[in-house]
Design a protein around this ligand. Sequence first.
Ligand code: FES
Length: 166
Amino acid sequence: MAPAPDSAAPAATDQTVAEIIRSRQHLPGALLPILHGIQDALGHVPPEVVPDIAQALNLSRAEVHGVVSYYHHFRSAPAGAQVLQVCRAEACQAMGAQALWQHACTRLGLQAAGTTADGAVTLEPVYCLGLCASSPAVALDGQVQGRVGPARLDALLNRPREAACP
Ligand code: FES
């Protein structure tokens, strides 16, 4: 019997995760390099890989989960098609980042950080994008923008996405 069309995906994911763990588990402070490697490869750190990481590093699952959930950088679920990060650190807060965050939530129909129901946009808080002198700052798909008010945020989200290189 032929395998289901998507049955290779979990196996490929398992293999990718196993290779990342194997290649980094002997590094000093291996947990963060492993988590970065997995997120770089998969776009998130699936909860089901936490036991494998814990076992490889002789940590508890709670310890690994605690690190994944502590750092805003790590996602436990796949991101939306676009990722909007709104800086919520001090300089941006002083320049209206809280109102900008609320606007983003309203615009995207979210109560808090997360991904829209249609998977179009993931909204995330970040704590300094290095553009404090031009706050409030956001990053859309990794492109940092300064002096972003609600209207500019709407324009950024309305902008057609750049086509990928062939
Ligand atoms: S505080 Fe927002 S970019 Fe630095």
